[in-house]
Design a protein around this ligand. Structure first.
Ligand SMILES: [Zn+2]
Length: 271
């Protein structure tokens, strides 16, 4: 069986049906070995540098724009992922241009991406709050700050994602199973990212959070939104401006993505 096919939505459904949520999210050993994957079998990781063009995103007190930090990090992460020879990589934007949120999601769906990772920088009302956080989709935000943040990120454009619901009952059940499987896998990825950051990159007190982000709403692609730090905090701003620190973040994200796919390899061997 094609390894690439095995990582598509069918395996996510199988995982959801064959494992409880608790089992799917159980702690697992760190990814130890990392073998090269033949080009035709490499999973596709879609990177989404937040904002762009007329939408600067958060603006630090000294004037640096979030959109430039997210694009710079996207490039270094793409390079790091390709260097492993285990992934294909696509990006929702590669220059300073505005891309509507729904187009970013469509890009991932149309290219049958195996993962979608949206890169952002936070801005918080208290300037001594600092640290990265990792978001997954939820209709109910994990806290008021997360709800505000999702509102701000979603306001980049006014086009609401189309709801691709279907009327037949069985199709509805399958769609909800797929959404559940995707949610489990998104949570698993978020857990891997938070774990890879822990002790290396400052984290907010409660770094695994959830909110209703437009770019995370596709039911078929496991996805997460990474707030790499707070531009409203001077220490975080200094860290995010530093290319070495952005390379460090990229390296940790590669580790987390490795861990995520290693988990699927384990599931396949077990199943
Ligand atoms: Zn943002």
């Amino acid at each position: 069986m094609c390894v690439n096919c095995d990582w598509t939505r069918r395996s996510f459904l199988r995982l959801a049906l064959g494992a409880t949520g608790a089992a799917a999210l159980a702690p697992r050993p760190a990814f130890a070995t990392a073998a090269e994957i033949p080009p035709a079998q490499r999973p596709l990781v879609m990177l989404d540098p937040g904002h762009g063009g007329h939408d600067p995103g958060a603006i630090a007190p000294d004037g640096i724009f979030e959109k430039h930090i997210t694009l710079a990090t996207g490039f270094v992460l793409r390079r790091a992922l390709l260097a492993t020879r285990r992934y294909r990589v696509a990006m929702t934007r590669t220059r300073d241009v505005f891309v509507p949120l729904q187009d970013r999601v469509n890009d991932a769906v149309n290219q049958n991406a195996n993962l979608f990772i949206s890169l952002h920088c936070d801005h918080l009302p208290i300037d001594n709050l600092r640290g990265a956080s990792v978001f997954t989709l939820s209709n109910t935000a994990s806290d008021a700050l997360s709800a505000d943040l999702a509102h701000d990120e979603n306001s980049a454009d006014t086009t609401a994602p189309a709801i691709t619901g279907v009327s037949p009952k069985v199709a509805d059940i399958l769609a909800s199973l797929e959404a559940r499987a995707t949610n489990l896998n998104s949570a698993s990825l978020a857990q891997d990212i938070a774990r890879s950051f822990r002790g290396v990159v400052p984290l907010l007190p409660d770094p695994e959070r959830s909110a209703n982000f437009a770019v995370l709403r596709d039911a078929s692609t496991p996805s997460t939104l990474v707030e790499m730090g707070c531009l409203t905090n001077k220490l975080d701003e200094k860290r995010l401006r530093d290319p070495k620190q952005r390379a460090l973040i990229a390296g940790l994200l590669v580790q987390a993505i490795d861990a995520y796919f290693a988990h699927y390899a384990q599931q396949r061997m077990a199943g």
